[in-house]
Design a protein around this ligand. Structure first.
Ligand SMILES: CN1c2c(nc(N)[nH]c2=O)NC[C@@H]1CNc1ccc(C(=O)N[C@@H](CCC(=O)N[C@@H](CCC(=O)N[C@@H](CCC(=O)O)C(=O)O)C(=O)O)C(=O)O)cc1
Ligand SMILES: N[C@@H](CCS)C(=O)O
Ligand SMILES: [Zn+2]
Length: 778
């Protein structure tokens, strides 16, 4: 019998029940017991679905109140010392690590590999100790067992857990203003070699595995996605010792890799003392040969055959072409699974009552993907005739998609073919543009701005929901959004900001909003995917050639500009980010889709300029995220991605200032490519890393203007003036002040107006202090 399983299931809930429960707990509207009740009900539901779909085991340990990496910080008792917590965290302490508290910055947050999911970064010091606190995992395990399921716990493996953490050089780093003087000088690179921490971490894993054995567990999935990266040899060599140690301590281990190929480690992985290995055969199908040919006779091979990162219905015939020989070779040792955890796809397509039926028939969300596994299993175990009908339905949907006239637009193809060699170049070089822009904009030194969004209040969201339900008329909705824009503009004027924004009130999301207006895109009602903590996004679906039928932002921006004499920044999402944060068609190269989106955004940029907008920001927060996980593949990506950005930005005159914005990323290894975007100004997230992220820009002598974030917008705490002056002084030590801007880390949509008002007031006060200090030194 073929075994089917999933590496993980989305925890947020088909209706975002977890989000609502967590946020209401934070608002103190709901007790911890109520939150735990919702969590428990969600787990039950998700296991039940796995059982109903015929999965042979259900996965335990993929649930988290906030983040699975944070769960492991709790599990191994290694919260940073700066928080002063003991090894056993309360739920409130767990949330403080994620959100910060009055005295401490939250843990840094960054991209989970090349996904739009963000994890909290463990902080390690040379003296970090690990102390197991397994109660939450064991409780979840007991729950699943009590509900009658065969269980497979999942853990992040020790190598990946250590690799994803940051080695901190100073125990007091990141403390607040009152401790500012004792802060070390953090560097972005790891301050020490983390690998020796294994000696202290492994005993905690051993103890955990022993506890799991005692609780009746036979097999544990242990995730080592770090193996798809270019790891230093010493880390790869450490695998033998790690897995020899872990295997000796209890249950069988299924080592799982995903998001890329690990065939460069095939010989080593085949010999590891583990029960089996999971391979991502969607992102890296070619790696199978390196494993299958000499696969040991006693090991499981888990084939990640269903795409866990995208929403297209699988080509089951093609899957079976790959799987049938494997089944003959491996017999019961063949396991099937999605390529990675289903965390990255929405829960249930069946909820999509409004989606065009033809398009809907092309898709599969998490629940549907479980069923696809089941069809494959039955085809392999019972023969294809046993699932003739299911295969026929799948085949018909795929054929219809391939032949659909909705996918191809000859006008778009012709426009892409006609792109000229100069179309991705501004008219003049940066120095000429800088002069022209300074003359036009006449800004003070250290100009202040924000990243675009202002609070998405309940009033705004309710108005939009009512509008979408048809309970609020178009013109009423329009007026309500204009009132929000008016409010945002008047607040910014009162605060004394220099370059204003309209606040993005009318946007549900910075990608979905554009997807709703671009041809070639479809959007869902409930296609929520967790982005970080309780925050979710609804990625649009790019199913066909992309074009922009009509302007998307011009009227709102023009309205905002009409309310003020100060420059109003037009606000757009860039082609790479739209691509990266959508579910992208899989029938043409991503680079081609990016080019099509770039042309659509270019049209909008040109229209904004024609409407008198002098500053236009093209956000590219996902530029770094799109980077392939293996360095060898970087140049090709950076080339087409940077070109797509430039194509979107280059249709304007020299005196129109193009900004871009990036967040959640380490940028230092791609600085030449960021410089190649040739944006006049880049704003970046730097405050949670205490300006560490800026160092590389200084060392690289980044040529254009930069706004390093001085205010962590992810945390509910309000930054003090002196914290921001300290960060600004650090920035001014790295970047010449005449090229510095002052801004928050990212948009303010998740914050409330009261905090935003005070925080921006403090930011302006800090800027004024720095301006005086600068004037005094001239
Ligand atoms: C900048 N970031 C983004 C990323 N990816 C994106 N696609 N977009 C981003 O902005 N990746 C990196 C970061 C991640 N950061 C965030 C920050 C904030 C959110 C967020 O706030 N998400 C919201 C959902 C936003 C949204 O789509 N809102 C819609 C629908 C609102 C809604 O819930 N409506 C209710 C009804 C409301 C009522 O009746 O009162 C409903 O439909 O049930 C809108 O505004 O219209 C979130 O709630 O999590 C995400 C990523
Ligand atoms: N303009 C967007 C960028 C987020 S990365 C915002 O302000 O929310
Ligand atoms: Zn951002």
């Amino acid at each position: 019998m073929t075994t089917i399983h999933t590496l993980g299931f989305p925890r947020i809930g088909a209706q975002r029940e977890l989000k609502h429960a967590v946020e209401s707990y934070w608002r103190v509207d709901q007790s911890i017991d109520a939150l735990k009740q919702t969590a428990s009900a969600l787990r039950s539901q998700h296991w039940q679905w796995q059982r109903e779909a015929g999965l042979d085991v259900v996965t335990v340990g993929d649930f988290a109140f906030y983040d699975q990496v944070l769960n492991h910080i709790a599990l191994f008792g290694c919260a940073p010392k700066r928080f002063g917590f003991g090894p056993r965290l309360s739920v409130d302490q767990y949330f403080q690590l994620a959100r910060g508290n009055a005295d401490q910055f939250a843990l840094e947050m960054t991209k989970w590999f090349d996904t739009n999911y963000h994890y909290l970064v463990p902080e390690f010091h040379a003296d970090t100790h690990f102390e197991l606190d397994s109660h939450w995992l064991l409780d979840e395990l007991k729950q699943a067992q009590a509900e009658g399921h065969r269980v497979k716990p999942v853990l992040i493996g020790p190598l990946t857990f250590l690799w994803l953490g940051k080695a901190k050089g100073h125990a007091h780093q990141h403390q607040h203003a009152q401790h500012a003087d004792c802060c070390g000088a953090p560097t972005q690179a790891d301050a020490f070699d983390k690998l020796p921490l294994l000696a202290r971490l492994l005993p905690a894993y051993v103890q955990l595995l022993q506890e799991l054995t005692a609780a009746g567990v036979e097999l544990v999935q242990i995730d080592e996605p770090a193996l798809v990266l270019d790891l230093p040899q010493a880390w790869v060599d450490a695998l033998d010792h790690i897995y020899a140690t872990l295997r000796a301590s209890g249950p069988k281990l299924l080592l799982s890799t995903y998001f890329g190929a690990v065939d460069n480690h095939a010989a080593r992985l085949s010999k590891l003392p583990v029960a089996g290995l999971h391979l991502d055969l969607v992102r890296a199908p070619e790696q199978l040969a390196a494993f299958a040919d000499n696969w040991p006779a006693d090991k499981i091979l888990s084939a990640g055959i269903i795409d866990g990162r995208n929403i297209w219905r699988a080509d089951l015939d093609r899957c079976l072409e790959t799987l049938s020989p494997l089944r003959r070779q491996l017999g019961d040792r063949l396991w099937l699974a999605p390529s990675c955890s289903l965390l990255h796809v929405p829960v249930d397509l069946a909820q999509e009552g409004k989606l065009d039926p033809e398009l809907k028939s092309w898709l599969a969300f998490a629940k549907q993907k479980l069923n696809e596994l089941s069809v494959l299993k039955r085809a392999l175990d019972l023969g294809r005739t046993a699932v003739h009908q299911e295969l026929q339905t799948s085949r018909a949907a795929l054929d219809a998609r391939a032949a659909s006239p909705r996918i191809h637009n000859p006008a778009v193809a012709a426009r892409v073919d006609g792109i000229g060699a100069q179309d991705d170049r501004r008219q003049s070089g940066y120095t000429t543009r800088q002069l022209a822009q300074r003359e036009r904009l006449n800004l003070p030194p250290l100009p202040t701005t924000t990243i675009g969004s202002f609070p998405q209040t309940d009033t705004i969201r309710r108005a939009r929901a009512a509008f979408k339900r048809g309970e609020l008329g178009g013109s009423e909705y329009h007026q309500a959004m204009q009132a929000e824009i008016q409010h945002a503009v008047s607040r910014q004027e009162a605060l004394g900001l220099d370059v204003l924004v309209h606040g993005e009130a009318e946007r549900n999301d910075m990608v979905e909003y554009f997807g709703e207006q671009l041809a070639g895109f479809a959007f869902t009602q409930y296609g929520w995917v967790q982005s970080y903590g309780s925050r979710c996004v609804k990625p649009p679906v790019i199913f066909g050639d992309v074009s922009r039928p009509t302007p998307m932002t011009v009227a709102w921006t023009q309205y905002a500009q009409s309310l003020t004499q100060r420059p109003m920044k037009g606000m757009l999402t860039g082609p790479v980010t739209i691509l990266q944060w959508s579910f992208v068609r899989d029938d043409q190269p991503r680079s081609q889709t990016a080019t099509q989106i770039a042309l659509a955004i270019r049209d909008e940029v040109v229209d904004l300029e024609a409407a008198g907008i002098a500053v236009i920001q093209i956000d590219e927060p996902a530029f770094r995220e799109g980077l392939p996980l293996k360095r060898a593949d970087w140049p090709q990506y950076l080339d087409w991605a940077a070109r797509a950005f430039r194509l979107s930005a280059s249709g304007v005159r020299d005196n129109t200032q193009i900004h871009t914005h990036m967040c959640y990323s380490e940028f230092n290894d791609i600085l030449p490519a960021i410089a190649a975007l040739d944006a006049d100004v880049i704003t970046i997230e730097t405050s949670r890393s205490d300006m560490e992220l800026l160092d590389g820009f200084g060392e690289f002598a980044y040529p254009n203007e930069i706004g390093p974030g001085v205010y962590d917008i992810h945390s509910p705490r309000i930054p003090k003036v002196e914290e921001m002056t300290r960060l600004l002084r650090k920035a001014a030590a790295v970047i010449p002040a005449e090229r510095l801007w002052v801004n928050p880390d990212c948009g303010l949509k998740t914050r409330g107006w009261a905090e935003v008002d005070t925080a921006l007031q403090n930011m302006v006060t800090a800027t004024n202090q720095l301006r005086q200090e600068l004037a005094a030194t001239l």
